[in-house]
Design a protein around this ligand. Structure first.
Ligand SMILES: Cc1ncc(COP(=O)(O)O)c(C=O)c1O
Length: 400
């Protein structure tokens, strides 16, 4: 058995299950789950229609590179969304079965263990746990860069010592961030690109929340930032997804785009890994990328929820409307796990303790004293949950 497997931590939801193991939730109240980041809005009809219309695709093996028409749809979407030159659909785009598998597989492709020192993979902290697992299974060492309120929840790259940068082969970034919703600015990208040029590492930019935002200002993407700074996509790959944009987490569809040289190696890896996308899913994905109407409607639903719930919670905790994504990253000033446990017991509402989404690094756990509230449930459930949280905090005079 691979010894690397023993390094993997239980997933945050497993930890939550353990936390609640001996708790009996208030039976008078229906459960409202705001812990998991799973979209709950309806899947658009155009996606299900396209799936049904393409059953005949099941009779053929799909190509690992996906169909020309899907890659063309993605290229057109990228150019429209980010006002960039359309990426070459033959060399700069690969469809993937959700960004999760691609983030994981990409690390296996990039990490080179042939040197003397163990390679390092940089990750924001708090973070999406796949980054850490991908690093471990590639036999690299994860190094966490804390994201605090003082740094607009952006990784503090200045705090990373030169000897760490020298061993860094891959940097994961997440903008809009999970769990903070923070969006990296052009200046943030410029700094990271300069470091990548200096030290030669690859940037894996996780952008799966890019289409969930609240005002007119679209979150800046990494390819867009490169283009605005007059750079090519050398050592830069983005990971995008339909899961949140189009409410299809079960479709398993996303793409990677960027550096053609890296993608050629990634395609080779994927050929052996055997993760081509079903032709039905490809057809449904192209239909989804070609349409923005459902995406605008989806954003509206989230905007309504954030506009209603955030002011309610602001009465009892330190919480701001995020730049983007569908989470509130709320500071509760007490023990976050204890807060989640008691809230579940007394109000039958599930939120995720911040410490479950972060690691102790550089003397602190940046998730300590935070909870993540996913506003994925229907509006009325989100309001009911917020009212229960307010009641709970008032009862205990929280924040303490
Ligand atoms: C930050 C982040 N990246 C990637 C993913 C994976 O999404 P998917 O595989 O559905 O594209 C998630 C899912 O919740 C996420 O939160």
């Amino acid at each position: 058995m691979s010894p690397q497997l023993s390094l993997l931590q239980p997933y945050p939801f497993q930890k939550l299950k353990q936390l609640f193991a001996d708790v009996t939730a208030n039976p008078a109240l229906a459960h409202i789950n705001l812990s998991i980041g799973e979209p709950k809005h309806a899947t658009p009809q155009l996606v299900t229609d396209a799936l049904i219309a393409h059953f005949d695709g099941l009779s053929a093996y799909p190509a690992t590179l996906g169909s020309d028409s899907l890659r063309q749809s993605i290229s057109t979407w990228l150019a429209r969304r980010y006002s960039i030159a359309a990426p070459n659909p033959a060399t700069e785009i690969i469809p993937v079965n959700g960004s999760r598998e691609a983030l994981f597989a990409f690390a296996q492709t990039i990490i080179d263990n042939s040197g003397e020192s163990q390679p390092i993979v940089l990750s924001p902290n708090p973070f999406y746990q796949i980054y850490e697992g991908a690093a471990f299974l590639a036999k690299a060492k994860p190094y966490f860069v804390n994201c605090n309120a003082e740094n607009r929840f952006q990784p503090d790259w200045d705090a990373v010592p030169a000897e760490i940068w020298q061993r860094t082969q891959l940097v994961f970034t997440c903008s809009p961030g999970n769990p903070t919703g923070a969006v990296a600015s052009l200046a943030d990208w410029k700094k990271l690109f300069t470091l990548s040029d200096q030290y030669g590492f690859v940037i894996a930019s996780d952008e799966c929340y890019s289409e969930i935002y609240f005002g007119d200002e679209k979150p800046l993407g990494a390819l867009e930032a490169a283009s605005l700074l007059g750079r090519d996509y050398h050592n830069l790959v983005i990971f995008s997804s339909l899961s949140k944009r189009s409410n299809v987490p079960g479709l398993r569809s996303g793409f990677v785009a960027g550096d053609a040289k890296l993608l050629a190696s990634f395609l080779l890896y994927r050929t052996y890994h055997g993760c081509a996308m079903s032709p039905m899913v490809q057809a449904a994905s192209a239909a989804a990328w070609d349409d923005e109407v459902h995406v605008i409607e989806n954003r509206e639903l989230y905007s309504q929820k954030f506009a209603t719930v955030t002011p309610l919670l602001q009465g009892v905790m330190d919480v701001q409307q995020p730049d983007a994504a569908f989470y509130l990253w709320a500071k509760i000033n007490g023990d976050d796990a204890e807060f989640a446990r008691k809230l579940f017991a007394e109000e039958h509402v599930t939120v995720l303790p911040g410490t479950y989404l972060a690691r102790n690094a550089h003397g602190i756990n940046p998730g300590l004293g935070y909870i993540r509230i996913a506003l994925v449930a229907p509006l009325n459930d989100c309001i009911a949950a917020a009212e229960r949280i307010v009641r709970f905090c008032r009862k205990y005079s929280l924040p303490l």
